[in-house]
Design a protein. Structure first.
Length: 373
């Protein structure tokens, strides 16, 4: 587990503002699922994929598709000598069938011949060599595209990517760090990534994902599916079933062998089909999921309100009728915070709740001193 955490740390190290993308690629790797990064060029998509392969010492295949890309370019040319003997054999050395990790740019440029072979490879992890079925070692196919496909013939391959993410440019507040990081990259500081885990160890982790206890989130997951559907975010049956792998992988990455509601946030990569649905799905998750992000946001709001209230209390007189209102509401709030600190399974949330609870108790004591209670 420590090696996987170290993998994530090392993967994102050269890239500013790409922690979410780095985590997503590690999730795809340990879950054995494919990931699609959608966004404008120059957002480190291929660089992240290359570094991931280097860090796990994986056999890596990279290619950019055009409408004219032939299957031989991806899967290897035919062996001419074997063909003379009546045998249909591909020379796959250095090609996609031998890769542990692959990156295919502009995957939706694939023509029908390439598309059919990719569908089989992604879904079944096999390629057909004449009459022979060859199993391939591919752990994850990382792909990139500038846009979501609209063509009906591309919907099947789009659905094969369990994890889909809309990559945004680095925000303005990080531009300074981006300059510094890019300068180091140009000097070759991060050119060679030293492996932190072997590909065999990664495969062992992938098998451990199925040992994560997901029973505690199934009921909530089914409820979320219903809410998504009601709000117009449709998941195919394939995605509904496979979502548990992403949830389990997220729990494992967070150091747990039992999934919690926090892990349901990974559905923001599973559920939406386009940018509009991505915003809608995330909003639904914020409303429906009792997880770290929601708790921390609420605790920050409570803390800000407490500071405003304490400033008012300090200015008020002991005859101010609002003091009793504050006292009653604060005592109710104290019960809520005490319950959260006791029952949350998230240590970060627990510590934050205790900190805010301390500020709340200070405010209650301040009111009591004012009222001489």
């Amino acid at each position: 587990m420590d090696k996987i955490i170290n993998l994530l740390v090392e993967l994102e190290k050269p890239f500013v503002g790409r922690s979410e993308e780095a985590e997503l690629l590690v999730l795809s790797l340990i879950s054995g699922e494919h990931v699609l990064l959608i966004g404008e060029p120059g957002t480190a998509k291929s660089a992240l994929a290359r570094r991931l392969a280097d860090l796990v010492k994986a056999r890596f295949f990279k290619y950019m598709l055009t409408r004219f890309t032939e299957p031989d370019e991806l899967f290897g040319p035919l062996d001419i000598a074997a063909l003379r003997d009546g045998k249909y054999i591909r020379v796959t050395k250095g090609k996609l069938p031998e890769a542990d990790i692959a990156f295919i740019d502009e995957i939706f440029n694939a023509n029908s011949a390439v598309l059919n072979m990719l569908l089989t490879l992604m879904n079944e992890r096999v390629v057909y060599d004449g009459y022979s079925e060859i199993r391939i070692p591919l752990l994850t196919l990382i792909s990139a595209s500038n846009n979501v496909p609209d063509e009906p013939e591309l919907q099947a391959i789009y659905d094969r990517f369990l994890l889909r993410h809309f990559v945004k440019p680095v925000s303005e507040d990080l531009w300074g760090r981006l300059l510094d990081s890019s300068w180091l990259i140009e000097q070759g500081v991060y050119q060679e990534a030293r492996p932190v885990i072997s590909i065999d160890e990664v495969r062992a982790v992938t098998s451990m994902i199925f040992k994560v206890n997901v029973s505690g989130v199934k009921e909530k997951l089914l409820k979320l599916y219903a809410v998504f559907e009601d709000q117009g975010v449709h998941l195919t049956d394939r995605r509904k079933g496979k979502a548990l792998k992403a949830i389990a992988a997220h729990a494992f990455l967070k150091g747990r062998m039992k999934a919690t509601e926090e892990d349901l946030y990974v559905l923001k990569y599973v559920a939406p089909r386009d940018r509009e649905e991505a915003e809608k799905a995330y909003s639904i998750l914020l409303d429906e999921v009792e997880a770290r992000e929601k708790h921390l946001r609420e605790l920050s709001e409570i803390e800000a309100n407490l500071r405003e209230a304490k400033a008012y209390i300090l200015r008020s007189s002991e005859l101010d009728p609002r003091l009793l209102d504050y006292l009653r509401s604060f005592e109710t709030l104290r019960e809520k915070l005490e319950k959260l600190s006791r029952e949350t399974g998230d240590e970060v949330v627990r510590r934050r709740a205790i900190d805010v609870l301390g500020e709340l108790n200070d405010a209650i004591d301040l009111i009591k001193r004012k009222l001489v209670l």
